[in-house]
Design a protein around this ligand. Sequence first.
Ligand SMILES: Cc1cc2nc3c(=O)[nH]c(=O)nc-3n(C[C@H](O)[C@H](O)[C@H](O)COP(=O)(O)O)c2cc1C
Length: 409
Amino acid sequence: MGMIETIRSVVRFAPVERDRTARRLARVANVDDLRILARRRLPGGVFDYIDGAAEDELTAGRNEDGYRRLELRPRVLRDVSALDPSTTLFGRTLPVPLVLAPTGFTRIADPDGELAVARAAARAGLPYGLSTLSTRSIEEVAAVSDGDKWFQVYVWRDRGLVAEMLERAQAAGYSTIVITVDTAVLGRRERDLRRGFSLPPKIGLGTLIDGALHPGWTWDFVRSEPISFANVVGKSVGDGGDPVTLSDYINSQFDPSLSWADVNWFRERWPGNVVLKGIQTVDDALLAAEHGVDAVALSNHGGRQLDGAPPPIELVGPVAQAVGDAMAVLCDGGVRRGSDVVKAVALGATACMIGRPYLYGLGAAGERGVDWVLEFLADGVRQTMALTGCVSIGDLDRGLVRWRGPAAP
Ligand SMILES: Cc1cc2nc3c(=O)[nH]c(=O)nc-3n(C[C@H](O)[C@H](O)[C@H](O)COP(=O)(O)O)c2cc1C
């Protein structure tokens, strides 16, 4: 064979992909790749708002490290041909033990914002938690998603406003409220402080330059309708029509006197499921059980509130053991692979939640970026189960994992 024939026999040109989003996603292999793509596409202030965390970002880093410290103990020759990663949460079937955590201001990553995320979640059959500080309203999201919708509650000083939001969420068919309890005041997010980040982003010289360097984002941003806190448009609390720093807004509007007694107030007003998000000790998980909530979400807000808080994965085992079957146990912070979900469930979690992974997807490639990350995580769950010899969620137990180094307490 001549040289030309030899070359011809090994070279295969892939057809040129015309769709830019598909081309971008074709080169993505994991969540970190999406993160890097998002960093390239989003203005620095927007990326840092999403990616950043409190103070030295120690907790944010440890959230991810916690999963890396867990080793899997694979069993082999177990016939995994009929593998089923589905589970049950609040009486509903989830195709994998995964929930999309609430994140505020989603439209700064992509003009479709919460609508894109809600649609992708519904397609994947996963619950989506809409933030109080969303940039699409309770009703707008309900109009595009017949999937399972949760509403995350920050407790305003104006309790009438909270009661009204609960009524709206119920009328719009949300199944679950998630009361976030780790935000008595806003954490000190130093990347945002350094940039003077406000919502909506202020246009100044720095942002103009940043915008010019990220023309795709800027074009989308200026073409779409202005961003506001969609759930409180027209209310006295300010709807983000004027730029405001998150700390000024939260510290003036949210009620720092919130206490356990208020949990009963919610129980009386909300007929659906109640989740307390931001539980960070066994003691508080037990108190939550006493107060009759349906689930705790072990969470430190992705390391965005108290730096130095423990990684949730380290709390899963002790909390699951302490509360038994009394409540579902969710956890979030640092989940970046399907194997992380498997590890958390093995330690006793009912499901994991993700925040940044879907925001990176949204910032990198819009709605299809969110689809991508949800498929990636579901595939990762299935693959890890197959490689560890587990055919159902019931097979994931404490024996599947081992802490490297000192065990979590
Ligand atoms: C940009 C951003 C905004 C967030 N906004 C909210 C919010 O409005 N309400 C809330 O309860 N949690 C909020 N969170 C926390 C998430 O619900 C979740 O706890 C966290 O993102 C999980 O960590 P992960 O990002 O490592 O997955 C936010 C997180 C991020 C990254």
